[in-house]
Write a protein that binds this ligand. Sequence first.
Ligand code: ADP
Ligand code: ASP
Ligand code: MG
Length: 467
Amino acid sequence: MKLVMKFGGTSVGESSRIKHVANVVRDHALKGDKIVVVISAMSGVTDQLIEIAKKASMRDRTSIDAFVKSLASRHSQACRDVIKNSEILEQTLRSLNEQIAELEKVLVGITYLGELTFRSRDYALSFGEKLSTIVMSGAMRDLGLRVDYFTGGESGIITDDSFGEAKPLMNITRQQVKEKLGPIIEAGAVPVVTGFIGVTQDGLTTTLGRGGSDYTATILGAALQVDEVWIWTDVDGLMTADPKVEPSAKTIPVISFSEAMEMAYFGAKVMHPRALEPASEGEIPIRVKNTFNPDGPGTLIVQEKQVKSEGIVKSIAMIRNVALINVSGAGMVGAPGIAAKVFSVLAENNINVLMISQSSSEANISFIIPRTSLEKAVNTLELSLLGSGFVKEVTSETDICVLAVVGAGMKGTPGVAARVFKAVADQGVNIRMIAQGSSELNISFVVEEIGGVKALRALHREFKLDC
Ligand code: ADP
Ligand code: ASP
Ligand code: MG
């Protein structure tokens, strides 16, 4: 089979896991599979890079030395633990040190500038994947595999310049990836590619959004028209709920792209929401598998028509770290263009709106955004809307979360919404907002944060997802 295999941060987070992953790849290569490997940063590294870059922008020079030392030591120790061949070890350590020195220069540069643009932040973040992928390449070489290391850009992933959330330019990417990786896999070697990062047409490093290594995998898979994309992670597949929140969650054996997309969009972190697009368009199945239980069947994500309809609801998802904004004023009634103005202001400021609801009286519009964008959103909305005579107030709430009940079987099944809202109400949890016109594949609504987990677990029981 021709496969892209992506290994997430926890799968490459320590020496024994790196060794294990290298063995998994080797076993498949020995069976004759043609494989492209995509690697995420070691667990926790991207968060640490975000933090240190922020400190650097506040001219905190002192934290940099200790950070760089500990990052270098974590990666070089992994190499020493895993790579037995001294020549391969030496080469790998040399490549690591080059990248570490470059990262240090970048961070020191940020302290001099005293500012952190999205562009320089992306460059700083890219080192997480570059370092882990160098270690992984060394580990695989040590097992006798023929390996070629690529950054996302070198592998042909060309993106627009929306730093922090870049999107691939698929036409050029498809062509470049085929040219660069195609001959290597045909020759029986294994390209090992950094997840999460791409490059603009001008050669600037971009990132594909948090969790973006999944996206790297499906972009490469679509470009190379592989048989399947395998997402290796730390759980058994896509589950009926986040197993960290609902311990009785079960693995879903088969699910459609559109259902998986809804789950990912509404907080199932196991998959980057946009990662499903290239695979769905190219009709390339995705398999989600547990690195630590490689023989388990995992979850297969395929076209809708290939999924037998079973059950009404497949999964319950939850997004925390969101905020609700309410724009209101009696003057909004009958005034055209207010909603358009609100959402264009948000779009101009790159603020992602997750859910929208407008009261039938038209006197208010409520919507949900990521909590990190709250201050910017309220400030810009106040600046552009207050004083117009139409809008009286912009208020916000942060003690909320979004729940989504996902499943294609809800389409045309009467009474599902009633069951959902009754189950939540029976827990004494308040529903603050229900989205209008959401897809028929899900019912999504906002509850008080304190009751979020309780409501999720009640819904999981209500739809017998634990059986
Ligand atoms: P990786 O590092 O492999 O990319 P992530 O941490 O990004 O892994 O995603 C895996 C995590 O997603 C799991 O550990 C799990 O807690 C979480 N998760 C949330 N919702 C779900 C779900 N419905 N099914 C499976 N995992 C989920
Ligand atoms: N390392 C990146 C992140 O933590 C990308 C990924 O893990 O998929 O978001
Ligand atoms: Mg992930």
